[in-house]
Ligand binder design. Sequence first.
Ligand code: CTP
Length: 403
Amino acid sequence: MSILSGKKVLLGITAGIAAYKTASLVRLFIKSGAEVKVIMTPASKDFITPLTLSTLSKNPVHSTFYDKEDEENELWNNHVDFGLWADYMVVVPATANTMSKMANGICDNLLLATYLSAKCPIYFAPAMDLDMYIHPSTKESLDKLASFGNTIIPATSGELASGLVGEGRMAEPEDIVSFIEKDILSKLPLKGKKLLLTAGPTYEAIDPVRFIGNHSSGKMGFAIAKAAANLGAEVYLISGPSHQQIKHSLVHRIDVVSAEEMYNAAHTYFKGVDIAILSAAVADYKPKNAATQKIKKKDSSLEIELTPTKDILASLGKIKENQFLVGFALETNNELANAKSKLERKNLDAIVLNSLQDKGAGFATDTNKITIIDKDLKEKSFQLKSKVEVAKDIMNEIVNKIS
Ligand code: CTP
């Protein structure tokens, strides 16, 4: 799966003959799983039609600050919204004129104003005739744009639209996409790191058909797995029984049922990882002797003797070397004090506290409200958010702590 899958790509098209290739580029971004929006400079519409790009991107295409629907209903195209929407902006082809304006803060069209307000990483693929490409003013623009943190997708050498042969050809659409994919991967903060994650509930067998379990859905843990993989980590996701699905080339799912199986799997991977996050709702007790045959109904009451399961988190805390170990605490009262004592008792580097007192937090909901406490007992509280957003917050905190 492409690293661009699920990402929002804003394509800015300027007036160069290579603009005709952006139709293929839109298709390739869509194929990689990205969502694509296109903005154009007014002059670029001479080279490719907005209708083509709108059809391929499945989104409206804009080239002015307002669209005239009819006399009364002029629609304002907010450049700030486009800039905030994008995960990545790609200016392609980037003409000498647009690059010079970008380098000097000129924003006399929608594309340039969007560029100036965008906070996301920006790529641009120059395309022009060879003499324009080597002109000192073009070089100056390229250097200035690079110094702003923008990434140049280098032009290649070959036959140019003028008939001349030399440097200035826009990189081919396939090469633009793979350049961006590689660049994103190489800059991910957890690239090369390995992460162990436990998620979901555990089921402790009473007999072959019955078990002791809990209502954990695994949603929080699976969201963390995805957030970590999106930051470049190779994730070993040890999951108890859960209906959650995950598809990511960096996530290896290991399914387990009982606390004992989760313990064994966690110990198999722990030595080789850099980070371990234990979000599973592990059963604290299991039946001492699981019946091998189905227990038959009787008139008398039934007693099942329970014995404690192994505490996976505490056991990893004991053997921890350089791993950054994170636990979860689900509390109903004295939340902060309980979480802090758990952090110290289990030798953790951080603990994620969710309180059942907070509406929308805890099991089986799509939202969560957390406080992260670090080794120095510093607390950081977050708003109620979707579990997907909470997972990103948790991973960003971990990235900040380990870097
Ligand atoms: N945990 C674990 N193995 C267990 C029990 C819990 O790895 N057998 C982990 C959980 O995944 C979680 C953390 O320990 O990260 C906190 O679990 P919790 O059950 O809340 O803590 P306990 O230490 O069991 O304390 P208490 O039940 O008293 O709250």
